[in-house]
Write a protein that binds this ligand. Structure first.
Ligand code: DGY
Length: 319
């Protein structure tokens, strides 16, 4: 059976596929396949190991052919896959939940501290030779301890941030989600609030919802203007949850203090004006990028393919 992997990923998953006896073809392109290249590349595949940068829709599934059984996404987010198209064609779709939770939570915390304490701006300043000696007013930032952090989406990653910061930093956690998590409220003292109250009362707002038609532009100009002038917005989920042009506008107008972004509405493009701002930290979608975690994602995606092509149930089906 033939498995196609749309880009080089950590070897462990590729090895697993080869050991299972599949003809495993990894794209040799150093970059994302165009939609036409993707359609050509998947022809005749029984399984596709896809990335979040691959748009998997009916045209790609058709191009693969009727023998296609599974699309295993190398990501927990799957907004790149048209699940209805997969269902209509009896193709199982899987993702990689759980294995990246802690890494993304740690990274989000790092980004939060980076924006609060001007870490990347100060690093740039120092490298540029501008450091002329200690200064009493140089890069004054914001303390994180005893502040209110508002988590939008108290799922696996949101909750992991709460667990890691609740003791030691004296953080007051509030959250907004479509579903209340009363267990977490009791166990960790997080308080459920409306989205409006969360935006108004948080010193840091951190977004952890998947991108769906319901969450697209969940945070627009109206919501951003509710935030404190001293507050920061952090996003390590999906860019399009925020209306990026509106964010640029409020950052330019100093309506909020700053933002830390790992994801963008139209990756890899940034909205006009974003890169010129001095009150943002901008990262290239790397929140899950540790050697260990990316290897686990590779392994998990491959295990799903091995299961499905071996006639077993998928381990991590997307429902
Ligand atoms: C995911 O898995 O959805 C992340 O965005 C990339 O690792």
């Amino acid at each position: 059976m033939k498995v196609v992997v749309t880009r080089q990923i950590p070897e462990v998953g590729i090895e697993l596929l080869k050991q299972a006896g599949f003809e495993t073809i990894v794209s040799s392109k150093d970059g994302v396949l165009t939609q036409d290249e993707l359609k050509e590349f998947v022809k005749g595949a029984d399984a596709i190991l896809s990335l979040l940068t691959d748009k998997i829709d009916a045209s790609v599934l058709d191009s693969a052919g009727p023998q296609l059984k599974v699309v295993a996404n190398y990501a927990v987010g799957y907004d790149n896959i048209n699940i209805d198209d997969c269902k209509a064609k009896n193709v199982i779709a899987t993702n990689t939940p759980g294995v990246l939770t802690e890494t993304v939570a740690e990274h989000t915390i790092g980004l939060l501290f980076a924006v609060a304490q001007n870490i990347s701006q100060a690093d740039k300043y120092t490298r540029e030779g501008k450091f002329m000696g200690w200064g009493p007013m140089l890069f004054l930032g914001t303390d994180v301890r005893n502040k209110t952090i508002g988590i939008i989406g108290l799922g696996r990653i949101g909750l992991e941030i709460v667990k890691r910061l609740k003791d030691g930093f004296g953080i007051n956690f509030i959250y907004y989600d479509l579903k209340r998590n009363e267990q977490a409220e009791k166990e960790f003292g997080v308080q459920f609030v409306s989205l409006e109250d969360l935006m108004k009362n948080s010193d840091f707002v951190s977004i952890h919802v998947p991108l769906t038609p319901e969450t697209k532009h969940l945070i627009g100009e109206k919501e951003l203007r509710l935030m404190k002038k001293t507050a920061y917005l952090i996003n390590t989920s999906r860019g399009a949850v925020i209306e990026e042009a509106a964010l640029v506008k409020v950052l330019q107008e100093r309506v909020i203090a700053g933002a830390g972004l790992d994801v963008y509405e139209n990756e890899p493009k940034l909205s006009e004006g974003l890169a010129q701002l001095d009150n943002v930290v901008l990262l290239p979608h790397i929140a899950s990028a540790s050697f260990d975690t990316r290897s686990k994602m590779s392994e998990m995606a491959a295990q799903n393919i091995v299961a499905v092509l071996g006639g077993q149930a998928p381990i991590n089906p997307i429902v």
